[in-house]
Ligand binder design. Structure first.
Ligand code: LLP
Length: 417
């Protein structure tokens, strides 16, 4: 069931008109539907029923404490990529034994923090990182549980910026070096091999690349067994795509079915790191029309949300549907929907059919729950915008709008000035 639907020409989130929230909280703002978040998480985890599995939500997609708390309440784990995400995860209530840590550039302080917290495992992305983690674990007197993130050289056929499992990408370790890494890890005193990991990319809309990656990992696991190296966890990463426009990605059940089928009977515990598929279509960005402007060649709709609030359209040429919050029936125009920032790349949509709007009208930028707020910035000293969670007919401001003081809070002017 879709929880962003029109009732009597008004866009609702669950049982509240989006307009009412915007009037109370102001624009721009992000709105998340609790029911959708819950449904998506359940659909994904239910899809893996029957196999021993842990769903580690990928924090980077949406780090709102409220969103994280919801998933931790469901018994989920967390996939992190920084000390900051670990901090948030713990604050949200995730237990450390459900936290996995990926990322090519883990710093010493972050490694120490994760060791002290005793997280489930580090997904190692280079042999130098393996060496450092062993050393730090020795100093801290902890055993670091590790898996090696394998780069299986699979083409996920997605946007090049979010493809991660090909030879040319910086991520993971190729099969040959992975074996070397495991052999090295065997001899390291403060490291315990527990798993194997891969993450081949994001917004993947076919099953095939996942199966190819799994095939590659299975061969490697077999190979490792021959060396007496046994693995407990198989981490398949995230990457399942969603519908932004006309994509038809596999449903979680289909995705899980393919993985389960290909995996066969196994003692391995499966870890999944979904991000976008859980939160992407659970959120919208609501923005207000500031001005309209026509030129010989274009119609512009200038809105109060910019590329600093949602960078995906300009960064990846990503499509986000844009819907009127109140349907007027005035017909459509073709326009560029642009923000207030001084860059031509500051757009939410180009040459888009959209309802004819007027100053003050509200527009909803759909599918903005993943990589939306988390990628926002204070560029042009614009204030970070609020995040609201809707549950039934109530809404909760889960992050308030910044104030001007927040912009300069951490700054100092040296005394010589
Ligand atoms: N695990 C790892 C190790 C990852 O690097 C990622 C995403 C995920 C899991 C979750 O992937 P998902 O299920 O969300 O596809 N900012 C880009 C997406 C970057 C994805 C980075 N890694 C965007 O807005 O499309």
């Amino acid at each position: 069931m879709n929880h962003f639907v029109y009732r009597e020409k008004e866009l609702y989130c669950e049982d509240i008109p989006v307009r009412r929230i915007a009037e109370k909280v102001g624009t721009p703002l992000y709105i998340y539907s609790h029911a959708t978040l819950k449904r998506h998480f359940k659909a994904f985890s239910d899809a893996f029923k029957g196999v021993d599995s842990l769903i580690c939500f990928s924090a980077k997609a949406n780090t709102s404490l409220a969103v994280l708390r919801l998933f931790s309440n469901f018994g989920g784990g967390l996939d992190i990529v920084s000390g900051g995400e670990l901090y948030r995860g713990l604050k949200a209530g995730f237990s450390p034994e459900k936290i996995v840590y990926s990322g090519v550039g883990k710093r010493i302080d972050e490694i120490d923090y994760a060791l002290e917290t005793d997280i489930l495992m580090f997904n190692i992305e280079s042999l130098e990182e393996l060496d450092l983690i062993n050393k730090r674990a020795g100093i801290i007197k902890k055993k670091a549980r590790i898996s090696i993130r394998v780069n299986p050289d699979v083409d996920p056929r997605t946007h090049p910026y979010i493809s991660t499992g090909m030879k040319k990408n910086k991520f993971g370790i190729n099969n040959e070096f992975a074996v070397k890494g495991y052999k090295t890890a065997m001899g390291l005193e403060n490291v315990k091999i527990v798993g194997i990991d891969c993450h081949i990319g994001s917004q993947i809309t076919e099953i095939k690349p996942f199966v190819e990656a799994l095939h590659s990992l299975k061969l490697l696991i077999k190979n490792l067994e021959d060396y007496g190296i046994n693995i407990n966890y198989l981490d398949m990463g995230g990457g399942l795509g969603i519908t932004y426009n006309d994509e038809a990605p596999p449903q979680p059940a289909e995705y899980a079915g393919a993985i389960k089928k290909y995996l066969g009977r196994t003692k391995l515990k499966l870890i999944l790191e979904p991000g976008r598929v859980i939160v992407g279509n659970a959120g919208v960005l609501v923005t207000k029309v500031l001005y309209r402007k026509s030129t010989d060649v274009k119609e512009f709709i200038i809105v109060d949300a910019g590329m600093n609030d949602l960078v995906r359209p300009t960064l990846y040429k990503a499509f986000h549907a844009i819907k009127p919050v109140v349907v007027s029936g005035e017909g459509e125009i073709v326009a560029d929907i642009v923000g207030p920032i001084c860059e031509s790349g500051d757009f939410l949509a180009l040459d888009r059919y959209v309802q004819r709007v007027h100053q003050g009208d509200l527009l909803a930028v759909m599918s903005a729950g993943a990589y939306g707020f988390v990628m926002s910035s204070n560029y042009c000293s614009r204030l970070r915008i609020p995040e609201v969670m809707v549950r039934d007919d109530k809404f909760y401001v889960v992050r308030k709008r910044q104030k001007y003081e927040d912009l300069t809070r951490d700054e100092n002017i040296p005394s010589f000035l």
